[in-house]
Design a protein around this ligand. Structure first.
Ligand SMILES: [Zn+2]
Length: 288
């Protein structure tokens, strides 16, 4: 999960140009939809994509099908769809925080909101978590919704960390929220973590990272190649590692930062410091 910059494209102009392209099968069916589409795009932006506030105007089933077809196979007027797919592949997934994206996801699902099928601000980079999410959008309790990577500023805060128990080679791993229930977007954050992040491969990834750290600490935290004398030193090294990962992945909720944040949990930190300062331990030996 990550906050990303709004796409810079002019969707209203792009749609108008699309509607005028006589070579497309959708011509002239999109012409009467230009006004409702442009009005809906503007209203979506004003309410920042909030699902309960967006008022997408009605379009015919035929126009909806043309829009979905154009998303799947974008004509030149919708060049930005291909550009967004290609330019975000190497980035941490804004939806779940995994280490790459690779595809686009409709924030408001295109089956329920076909009018936003080709709207760049509704297209968010995502990884395979996209197929697990399907059409998940709202929870049952008030405020429960999937976070929007372009509009939810809270995605820039540190929201989640790994929670480790049983400090053996194979730990027990879960996710812990780093915001209290007094946070103004607590319900949305909690719902997003439960329904998007938790259902990704993150727990397996965190367990694998832990096992690597356990077997050869420097493989995961380079500074752990040497023994470290005090818990304060271990903490400082981990904080520097976490900050460097935030920087590298352009956000605080990528899986690697989530992992290191879990190592800074006081019980884990105390255990790690005890292991890394054990008298007679050879540098970079397993932690067991
Ligand atoms: Zn993802």
């Amino acid at each position: 999960m990550n906050k990303v910059q709004l796409p810079p494209y002019d969707d209203s102009i792009a749609f108008e140009n699309l509607s005028k392209n006589e070579r497309l099968g959708s011509y002239p069916h999109l012409k009467d939809s230009v006004c409702p589409v442009q009005t809906s795009y503007a209203q979506y932006t004003i309410v920042k994509g909030t699902p309960t506030l967006v008022k997408g105007q009605a379009i015919s089933d035929a126009v909806a099908d043309f829009m979905k077809g154009h998303y799947a196979s974008p004509p030149a007027e919708l060049f930005y769809i291909t550009e967004m797919r290609d330019s975000t592949e190497h980035l941490s997934c804004p939806m779940c925080g995994s280490m790459h994206s690779g595809t686009l996801d409709h924030y408001l699902p295109q089956n329920k909101f076909p009018i936003f099928a080709v709207f760049s601000k509704n297209l968010v980079p995502a990884c395979k978590c996209n197929s697990k999410r399907k059409e998940t959008l709202l929870g049952l309790a008030p405020g429960e919704r999937v976070l929007h990577p372009y509009f939810d500023e809270c995605l820039g805060e540190r929201l989640v960390r790994a929670h480790f128990e049983d400090f053996g080679e194979v730990p027990k791993v879960s996710l812990a929220l780093m915001v209290s229930n007094t946070h103004p977007h607590y319900s949305a954050i909690s719902f997003h973590v439960r329904s998007i992040v938790q259902r990704s491969a993150i727990v397996k990834y965190l367990a694998d990272r832990w096992s690597s750290l356990f077997r050869k600490p420097s493989r995961v935290v380079r500074a752990f190649a040497a023994n470290i004398a005090t818990q304060a030193d271990v903490q400082a090294l981990l904080e520097a590692e976490r900050d460097a990962l935030d920087d590298l992945h352009k956000g605080k909720n990528n899986w690697n930062s989530i992992f290191v944040s879990g190592l800074l949990d006081p019980p884990v930190l105390a255990w790690l410091a005890g292991r890394l300062s054990l008298p007679g331990r050879a540098p970079d030996d397993p932690l067991g």
